[in-house]
Design a protein around this ligand. Structure first.
Ligand code: DMJ
Length: 666
C-alpha cells in the first residue's frame, strides 16, 4: 500500500506488541517531533510572556521593555565586547545599557552599574509615557548631494526636501518664521561649488574622507563619544564624562548637512531625537567642551535647518550647565556633574582657579540661546562674566590664564594665546560680529586685549618667522602651541571687520602666523604640524620636547588658511590645505577612520588610535569650505564658534530666528 511505509497500522489484537511492531524507529522519531512542537506552541508563551495573566497593556509593556533592551544591546549580541582596557575606559565597560564586568565579578562598581541600568530602564519607561515623540525631519534624497551649484531657500529645489512635523514638504530647509526674524539675503548653506575644477575635485575628496570617518564611527562606535579607528571600538575622554553621549554625532551634524550628506545627517538627527539625553549623565563633564561641542553643534544644526528639536536639546543641555555658574563672582567652575549640580575646578589649575579660555568661551552660544528662546538667563550669565573680567585689574595689561571664581582675583601670571587662553580672545571679536556690529563692549575689549598681545607677545624669529610667544611670570617663553595657530584667522577677521588704523598691521600678522604654522608642518617628514613648536638660537618652528611632537587631527592651521583664502584669494592657502589632506591620507587614515599620530617627525609614525570628534566639526569643515565658493557659509552672514559651528550674524542672516518676545539686548 502506498501509505504503509509511513503511517502506523494499529491492531486491537495485541496493542503494545502490535504498536512496537507497527512503528518503525523512523516513525517514532517523527511522532515525537510532532508532539514536541505541539507542546512548545501551547506552553511556550508562558515562558516568553511571564505577565500572561496580566492585562494586554502589561504584556505590551513587557515586550516593549525587552525590545528596547535588545535594541540597545544590539551590537553586543552580535559582536563580542572588546577586551578590557586599563585607564580611562575602566574595568567595567558599559555598552548601550549592557554592562560587562571585564575583570572582577565582585567589583563594587558592578552593583552601582546594575542600579544605573535599572534607573535607565525605568527612565526609558517614564520618558515613553511622558514624551510626545516628534516626527523626525525626513530629507528625501540619498546622500548624493545636488550637483547644481547653490541651493537657495525660496526657490524650490526638488532634490533636497525637508518634511516638517505636519508632513508637508518644505523647500530645502525651513523658512525663518516670526516677526523678529531678519529678512536679509538668503543664506547659502549647501552646494556652493567652486568654479575651479581642481577645487571641485579636492572638495569631493574631502567629502569622501568624511564618509570614511563617519562609516567607521557608525560601524564600531555608534553612540559612543568617539571612535578608536585602529582597534575599532568606542573611546571617551574625561571631558565628556563617563557616559556615551554621542559627542561625534553632535559635532558632525552641521558638517554633514552642509556637505549635503542627507542620509548621514538623518542618522545623526534620529540619534539626537531618541538617544541624546543628558538626564542619563552621572559623572562630571567639562562645561566648556559641552558648550562648544554639544550646545554649539545643536545650535548650528538649528540655525541651518530650523528644526526645533535641535534648539530644544541645546536649551536642555545649557540649562544643565547653569549650576556651575553659582559662584560668588559668577565665573563658572570648569567641571559639573549634571546629575546633582555639583561643580568644581581642576586641582592643577593655579590653586583651583577657573580657566580663561573656558569661562571666556561661552558668549556666542549663550547670547544666541537667550535670543532664540526668549529666556534671558543665558545672556545674563555671560554678561556677568564679562563684567568681572573687565573690572579685574590686569598685570601689565595682559589677561592671565586663571581666575579664582570665589574672589575674582587672577591666578598665576601666565598669558597665552595658545592653550588656556586662546578662544577668550577669539570670542571677543566674534561676539562683536555676531551682534551685527552693535556689541561695542566686545569690540573695545578685543582691541585692547589684542593690542597688548601684539605689543608684547608677537615676535619675529631670526629668519623672519612671525610667532606668538607666551608670558610666564613676566618672562617670555618662545613657544607656540598648535592651538595658537587659530590666531592668524582671528587677526584677519578682526582686521577685515573693524577696519581700524591697525587693520593692515593685523593683516600682516595674520599672514605671518599662517606662514609660520605652515612652516611647522613643512619642517616635518609627515607634513603635519606638532602640538607645540619653539624658537631658539638653533631651531625654528620645531618641537623640541618629545611630549610636544604629536598631532591629534587639530584644525587650527587649516582654520587660519581658510580665513586667509577667503580674505586674500592667494592660491597658496588652498595648496597648503591640500598638502594637509594628502598628509592626513598618508599618515592618519586607518581602516575605520582617522587617527592622530604620536610623532610628526617620524617617517612612519605610530597612530594614537583616537578619532577626535572635532575632526568632523572643524578639520573637515574648514577643508571643505576652503575648496568651496565663498558664498557657502558667507563670513558676512555666519560666525563660527570655536568648534567651527556656524552661528548666524544678527541683522545679516535670515536664519537668526529670534524668539518673538526678545528685543535686541546688545
Ligand atoms: C577644539 O575643540 C576647539 O577649537 C577649542 O577651542 C580648542 N581646540 C580644539 C581642537 O584643537
Amino acid at each position: 500500500m502506498a501509505f504503509g511505509g509511513v503511517l502506523p497500522l494499529y491492531s486491537k489484537r495485541n496493542g503494545t506488541w502490535a504498536l512496537r511492531r507497527l512503528f518503525r524507529s523512523r516513525e517514532k522519531v517523527l511522532i515525537l517531533l510532532v508532539g514536541l512542537t505541539f507542546l512548545f506552541i501551547c506552553i511556550g508563551p508562558i515562558f516568553f510572556l511571564p505577565d500572561l495573566r496580566g492585562g494586554l497593556s502589561t504584556r505590551v509593556d513587557h515586550v516593549y521593555k525587552v525590545y528596547k533592551q535588545m535594541q540597545k544591546a544590539g551590537p553586543e549580541l552580535i559582536l563580542p565586547p572588546p577586551p578590557p582596557q586599563s585607564g580611562e575606559e575602566g574595568a567595567i565597560r558599559k555598552h548601550e545599557g549592557v554592562y560587562h564586568n571585564a575583570v572582577n565579578h565582585n567589583d563594587i562598581h558592578l552593583s552601582d552599574d546594575k542600579q544605573r541600568l535599572m534607573e535607565k530602564i525605568n527612565n526609558d519607561e517614564e520618558m515613553r509615557h511622558l514624551r510626545v515623540i516628534e516626527k523626525p525631519v525626513v530629507l528625501t534624497l540619498s546622500s548624493t548631494p545636488p550637483n547644481k551649484g547653490n541651493v537657495v531657500v525660496g526657490q524650490v529645489d526638488e532634490s533636497v526636501k525637508v518634511q516638517n512635523p505636519s508632513g508637508e514638504a518644505l523647500a530645502g530647509r525651513r523658512e525663518p518664521e516670526g516677526k523678529n526674524v531678519d529678512k536679509g539675503p538668503v543664506p547659502v548653506v549647501q552646494g556652493g561649488e567652486d568654479s575651479d575644477p581642481v577645487a571641485r575635485q579636492r572638495r569631493e575628496k574631502v567629502k569622501e574622507m568624511v564618509l570614511h570617518a563617519w562609516r567607521g564611527y557608525k560601524t564600531y562606535a555608534w553612540g559612543k563619544n568617539e571612535l578608536r579607528p585602529v582597534s575599532k571600538r568606542g573611546h571617551t575622554a574625561g571631558i565628556f564624562g563617563r557616559q556615551d553621549m554621542g559627542a561625534t554625532i553632535v559635532d558632525a551634524l552641521d558638517t554633514l548637512y552642509i556637505m549635503g550628506l542627507t542620509e548621514e545627517f538623518n542618522e545623526g538627527r534620529a540619534w539626537v531625537q531618541y538617544h541624546l539625553d543628558f538626564n542619563q549623565l552621572r559623572s562630571e563633564m567639562s562645561v566648556f567642551e559641552t558648550n562648544i561641542r554639544f550646545v554649539g553643534g545643536l545650535l548650528s544644526a538649528f540655525s541651518l535647518t530650523g528644526d526645533p528639536l535641535f534648539r530644544d536639546r541645546a536649551l536642555h543641555i545649557a540649562r544643565k550647565l547653569l549650576p556651575a555658574f553659582d559662584t560668588p563672582t559668577g565665573i563658572p567652575y570648569a567641571l559639573i556633574n549634571v546629575a546633582n549640580g555639583i561643580a568644581k575646578n581642576y586641582a592643577w589649575a593655579s590653586g583651583g582657579s577657573s580657566i580663561l579660555s573656558e569661562f571666556g568661551t561661552l558668549h556666542l552660544e549663550f547670547a544666541y540661546l537667550s535670543d532664540i528662546s526668549g529666556d534671558p538667563v543665558f545672556r545674563e550669565k555671560v554678561n556677568r562674566i564679562r563684567d568681572v573680567i573687565r573690572k579685574a585689574e590686569r598685570p601689565d595689561g595682559l589677561y592671565p590664564n586663571y581666575m579664582n571664581p570665589k574672589t575674582g582675583k587672577w591666578g598665576q601670571r601666565h598669558t597665552s594665546i595658545g592653550a588656556l587662553g586662546d578662544s577668550f580672545y577669539e570670542y571677543l571679536i566674534k561676539a562683536y560680529i555676531q551682534s551685527g556690529g552693535t556689541d561695542e563692549v566686545a569690540r573695545e575689549m578685543y582691541e585692547e586685549a589684542v593690542g597688548v598681545i601684539t605689543n608684547r607677545l608677537v615676535m619675529k624669529s631670526h629668519s623672519g618667522l612671525t610667532y606668538l610667544a607666551e608670558s610666564k611670570f613676566n618672562r617670555l617663553e618662545h613657544k607656540m602651541d598648535h592651538l595658537a595657530c587659530f590666531s592668524g584667522g582671528m587677526y584677519a577677521l578682526g582686521a577685515k571687520r573693524l577696519q581700524n588704523q591697525l587693520a593692515s598691521t593685523h593683516m600682516e600678522i595674520a599672514e605671518g602666523i599662517a606662514n609660520t604654522c605652515h612652516e611647522s608642518y613643512a619642517r616635518t617628514p609627515t607634513g603635519l604640524g606638532p602640538e607645540s613648536f619653539r624658537f631658539t638660537e638653533g631651531s625654528e618652528a620645531r618641537a623640541l620636547k618629545s611630549s610636544e611632537k604629536y598631532y591629534i587631527l587639530r584644525p587650527e592651521a587649516i582654520e587660519t588658511w581658510f580665513y586667509m583664502w577667503r580674505f586674500t584669494k592667494d592660491p597658496k592657502y588652498r595648496e597648503w590645505a591640500w598638502g594637509a589632506v594628502l598628509a592626513l591620507e598618508k599618515h592618519c587614515r586607518a581602516e575605520a577612520g582617522y587617527s592622530g599620530i604620536q610623532n610628526v617627525y617620524m617617517e612612519n609614525p605610530q597612530k594614537d588610535d583616537v578619532q577626535q570628534s572635532f575632526i568632523f566639526a572643524e578639520t573637515f569643515k574648514y577643508l571643505y569650505l576652503i575648496f568651496s565658493d565663498d558664498s557657502l557659509l558667507s563670513l558676512d552672514e555666519w560666525v563660527f564658534n570655536t568648534e567651527a559651528h556656524p552661528l548666524p550674524v544678527y541683522g545679516a542672516n535670515a536664519y537668526y530666528r529670534k524668539a518673538q518676545e526678545t528685543e535686541n539686548q546688545w
